[in-house]
Design a protein around this ligand. Structure first.
Ligand SMILES: Nc1ncnc2c1ncn2[C@@H]1O[C@H](COP(=O)(O)OP(=O)(O)OP(=O)(O)O)[C@@H](O)[C@H]1O
Length: 304
């Protein structure tokens, strides 16, 4: 039996002004690369901070590999990389890696040094003298040197140029694949996430709107279209879970979740990840979808 890398059940966090995250329930199987997406203020940082054990939930639970997020077991196997990159500016790069080594029994010095060296960053440079992108690289070295089972990334690449961003993404993917790590990565760049992630959690206004395997989520939807004059027919298609209807250039296009075969004259097509996300974000009352792979507390993976 393998516990999910991350499982949230009824997870919520309330601030004075209201709920930042509410009734959040999903599971992320181990070894997946999960994109965490949502508009500004959706609750992504709150969810990642709860998972990293930095915040206490107001309601519900979050467990990592079966352990409560704030337990020593969960912390030992989890690395969290935030937008702020908590590094000491007066420390040298070598001191920073030494602290990583001293604090983490699973530390892999060669991995950390390789990541730093690939950015031509001198080991004796003080963190405070590095550029934002170089600091990000050191923060990545610290996180990946830990060889975490779960890596939580809160838009850590926002200050990298496109080339370095690509390099860090490739590095992240190869480290995760090689060591079977699970990654949760929040980002606003759907194009970047599209090729890299095989799992998706979409949060809007503090609630989970989509969660599941990317292929499963896309496969559950179709875009269908008709001339505006015949648009009413779209509402009568089999399996009427309509996420969004839009009219442009004389045609109406709908994103639906079909339950049966669709008439060919509506040219049903699979949506792209971007189309799927945008349709759910534009439609405040779009019905949520948590696929069976992502449903919390329903089943455990069985390994033989
Ligand atoms: N420390 C705090 N005190 C009060 N409200 C907070 C605090 N942190 C976050 N919030 C509120 O909680 C909500 C969710 O914020 P959060 O930072 O989790 O969103 P986000 O999806 O990460 O946003 P962004 O994409 O802009 O980083 C927002 O309305 C925010 O104002």
């Amino acid at each position: 039996m393998t516990d999910p890398a991350l499982e949230a059940v009824g997870l919520g966090r309330r601030y004075r002004r209201g709920w930042a995250l509410r009734d959040c329930s999903f599971r992320l199987p181990a070894g997946r690369i999960c994109a965490l997406v949502g508009p500004n203020g959706a609750g992504k940082t709150t969810l990642l901070s709860l998972a990293a054990g930095l915040l206490e939930p107001s309601t519900g639970t979050v467990r990592l590999g079966g352990h409560p997020a704030r337990s020593a077991e969960a912390r030992q196997h989890t690395a969290f990389l935030s937008q702020e990159k908590a590094l000491y500016p007066r420390f040298r790069v070598s001191d920073t890696l030494r602290i990583g080594r001293e604090l983490n029994p699973t530390w892999h010095q060669e991995t950390a040094e390789r990541i730093v060296a690939a950015g031509n960053i001198p080991m004796d440079a003080r963190i405070g003298t590095l550029s934002g992108g170089q600091r990000t690289r050191v923060a990545f070295a610290l996180a990946l040197g830990k060889r975490p089972r779960l890596l939580l990334l809160d838009e850590p690449m926002a200050d990298l140029d496109p080339l370095v961003r690509r390099q860090m993404m490739d590095l992240l993917m190869s480290e995760a694949t090689q060591h079977g790590s699970t990654v949760v990565m929040s980002s606003h760049l759907v194009s970047e996430l599209e090729g890299a992630c095989d799992f998706l959690v979409l949060i809007d206004n503090g609630t989970v709107k989509l969660a599941g395997d990317v292929a499963e989520l896309i496969g559950a939807h179709r875009t269908v279209s008709a001339l505006d004059a015949q648009a009413a027919r779209l509402a009568k298609l089999p399996g009427q879970v309509t996420v969004e209807t839009r009219s442009t250039g004389g045609r109406t296009t709908a994103l639906i979740r079909p339950r049966g075969p669709l008439p060919a004259d509506h040219t049903p097509a699979l949506p792209s990840l971007e189309e799927l996300l945008l349709a759910h974000l534009r439609t405040a009352d779009a019905p949520p979808l948590i696929t069976s792979t992502a449903r919390a507390g329903t089943h455990r993976e069985v390994t033989v």
